[in-house]
Design a protein around this ligand. Sequence first.
Ligand code: UDP
Length: 142
Amino acid sequence: MAIERTLSIIKPDAVAKNVIGQIYSRFEGAGLKVIAARMAWLSEQEAGAFYAVHKDRPFFKDLVKFMTSGPVMIQALEGEGAILKNRDLMGATDPKKAAPGTIRADFADSIDANAVHGSDAAETAAVEIAFFFPTLNVFAGR
Ligand code: UDP
């Protein structure tokens, strides 16, 4: 399987629950390396631009409000099949439907406060990583 990179965000609800380390452990346990990371409190402009693809959806306003409600932890992950691997670790968007043992099943409260973001395809991963990390701040996994 090809080595891929993906963009992950630990959302404000999970940061507030103090489970950054537990979520990082799951990345590490699955063979995903953190190759860039930073904590940030997103502005409305940043959150809106990041989720621009959803701008016409009914939940967009609440999503931006939630994503700007507290700090987030943003990381680029690298590893074999990283995009799908991270999506598997995350579980379904709605934590009620997420498989047992997934991050969302264990740490998320609702479909909007759902603990983590993960890129869903190679194209979006490239755009999302570039959105948060200038190339100089990405360290290739060794
Ligand atoms: N979302 C929401 N209500 C919905 C669907 C999505 O609040 O009915 C939020 C939720 O935080 C989700 C994000 O919008 O994580 C992006 O939605 P997407 O369908 O891309 O889900 P994901 O890729 O995060 O699983």
